[in-house]
Design a protein around this ligand. Structure first.
Ligand code: COA
Length: 165
């Protein structure tokens, strides 16, 4: 399994893997592939990694900037993250997330947030921090980890690309 940054000719397969991964998910807006495209078009796809197995793309993870109380504080959001349905639960998502977080921290980012299942994301260092809030979801599904210093307080907003549909 190799992990590397996306290249232009990976884009169509990233779309297909993302759509296939989220298709069965009841909570999904089914717009995750469009969100990745919108982030890329806006220059906000800070990190976009693919997992390759024998040359085939089997997973993808994106990171993009977030604001806290409307300000850029050097924080980023993880997601969408997808693994092809026939390749889930074999460690690919975890490898993509760990590699993405390592690369993000090396860019000088101060921290990362994620919206998702606490049972999954807490294993990567994310935790609930009451002072850092995201509106519209139960607090336990919104998690953060600081790479440097403390988790700040405030209200997080994702990039406008997340409004894509
Ligand atoms: C979520 C996802 C990226 C994880 O990738 P993966 O390669 O299947 O995950 P890994 O193999 O690294 O980890 C598997 C472990 O995570 C757990 N897990 C996976 N998805 C989970 C979820 N939604 N909630 C809780 N646990 C989850 C598995 O039960 C397994 O647990 P174990 O290690 O205790 O056995 C993948 O399942 C996927 O593409 N899902 C559909 C899209 C999606 O929901 N993306 C995330 C939106 S927040």
């Amino acid at each position: 399994m190799d992990i590397r940054s996306e290249q232009a000719n990976d884009i169509a397969t990233i779309r297909a893997v993302t759509k296939a991964a989220f298709a069965p998910m009841a909570y999904s807006s089914q717009t995750e592939a469009e969100i990745i495209d919108a982030l890329r078009d806006a220059g906000a796809l800070t990190i976009s990694l693919i997992a390759l197995d024998q040359g085939e793309i089997v997973g993808h993870v994106a990171f993009s900037p977030v604001t806290i109380d409307g300000e850029d504080k050097g924080w980023f959001g993880l997601g969408p993250v997808s693994v092809r349905p026939d390749r889930q639960k074999s460690g690919t998502g975890g490898r993509l997330i760990r590699e993405g977080l390592t690369r993000l921290a090396k860019t000088g980012a101060r921290g990362c947030v994620v919206l998702g299942e606490p049972g999954y994301y807490k294993r990567f260092g994310f935790d609930n921090h009451a002072a850092l809030r995201f509106e519209g979801v139960p607090a336990e599904y919104f998690m953060a980890q600081a790479f440097e210093g403390r988790v700040p307080s405030g209200r997080v907003s994702y990039h406008a690309g997340f409004d894509a549909s």
